[in-house]
Design a protein around this ligand. Structure first.
Ligand SMILES: C[C@@](CO)(OP(=O)(O)O)[C@H](O)COP(=O)(O)OP(=O)(O)OC[C@H]1O[C@@H](n2ccc(N)nc2=O)[C@H](O)[C@@H]1O
Ligand SMILES: Nc1ncnc2c1ncn2[C@@H]1O[C@H](COP(=O)(O)OP(=O)(O)O)[C@@H](O)[C@H]1O
Length: 283
């Protein structure tokens, strides 16, 4: 029998590099990026309601229930499938907001995947990803649940197998809005497209970094600090800065040397999203 309730993770992502290759007529930027998941996540609890209402309990400063990507994802799935069911949803937020870790997009993806299961609405992964794209460019990769090479605005996804290092992630004390970075005049938008093979050989950079560190000294300081120990990178449009380590111990050792005032965490990189790991375990 189908369950009436579910509790599922909404993990973070990292952009291991991010090239901006152009701008479309609708203003969205074309990108090349590599997504990998982290084993740190928000948690979402879902319970089916028979009366069709979608009610969210979440404590997010500055985000109303109706604006929350969780509510918007649930209502979008409802409309698309004409289901008469609703849900009580509780969001336990752990991922920093505006940090380039994709928490909001991941919450939306977990809602689409979780409610599609609970409501038995029967959409396949491609249909859920297409719905998710209406909510944000990052949602499809969380629906897919596999580390991926991404093009287009992030929705053309090719699954990849990558090393799974441990990451030390610094969380500078600033909130970066994606739109603000993409609308900055100084952003370079003409990086030549590369292949995955070329990236594996030469690596890549984050084209949003010069703009983000110019606007936010806290990001620049975090990069300078982490560069003392490893190659420091920035995820997405910022603010979080990360470095890779061969094991948890090495990452923890560096973390212990950071100033106590700087928020940070250590997490394991994973090619399979913790959401999909959990769903497959229960299958
Ligand atoms: C840049 C990336 C890389 O992973 O990450 P974040 O740093 O936001 O996590 C994403 O593509 C972000 O995806 P997401 O956070 O879902 O962005 P959206 O809500 O779709 O877009 C917010 C705004 O950013 C701009 N935008 C976004 C994506 C894109 N490819 N080109 C853009 O120009 C648009 O102005 C858009 O209105
Ligand atoms: N469930 C949600 N979690 C986080 N942010 C959300 C959520 N719903 C809406 N938002 C809005 O989306 C913005 C971007 O959030 P987030 O995904 O955490 O950052 P980023 O795009 O940098 O990874 C937030 O500042 C907030 O205004």
């Amino acid at each position: 029998m189908n369950p009436a309730s579910l509790s599922l993770p909404a993990p973070a992502k990292l952009n291991l590099f991010l090239h901006v290759t152009g701008r479309r007529a609708d203003g969205y930027h074309t990108l090349q990026t590599l997504f990998q998941f982290l084993d740190i996540a928000d948690t979402l609890d879902f319970r089916v309601r028979e009366d069709g209402q979608v009610l969210l309990r979440a404590d997010l400063p500055g985000v109303s229930m109706n604006d929350n990507l969780v509510t918007r994802a649930a209502r979008l799935l409802q409309q698309h499938t004409n289901t008469r069911l609703g849900a009580d949803i509780t969001l336990h937020k752990r991922l920093p907001m505006g940090g380039g870790l994709g928490g909001g997009s991941s919450d939306a993806a977990t809602t689409l995947v979780g409610l599609n299961h609970l409501w038995q609405t029967g959409l396949n992964g491609a249909e859920l990803a297409a719905l998710g794209l209406q909510l944000g460019a990052d949602v499809p990769v969380f629906v897919l649940g596999q580390a991926a090479w991404a093009e287009g605005v992030g929705e053309q996804l090719t699954p990849v197998e990558l090393d799974e290092p441990w990451y030390l992630v610094l969380v500078p004390d600033c909130h970066v809005s994606t739109a603000e970075i993409f609308s900055d005049q100084r952003l370079t938008r003409d990086t030549q497209a590369i292949t995955l093979a070329a990236f594996r050989e030469q690596g890549g950079r984050n084209d949003c970094l010069p703009v983000a560190e110019e606007r936010y000294p806290a990001i620049r300081n975090a990069l300078i600090l982490l560069n003392n120990y490893c190659e420091a990178k920035m995820t997405g449009t910022g603010s979080c800065v990360f470095g890779a380590f061969p094991n948890e111990r090495e990452a923890d050792k560096v973390r212990a040397r950071l100033p106590a005032t700087l928020q940070s965490f250590v997490a394991h990189g994973c090619n399979r999203s913790p959401l999909h790991q959990m769903l497959n375990k229960d299958a």
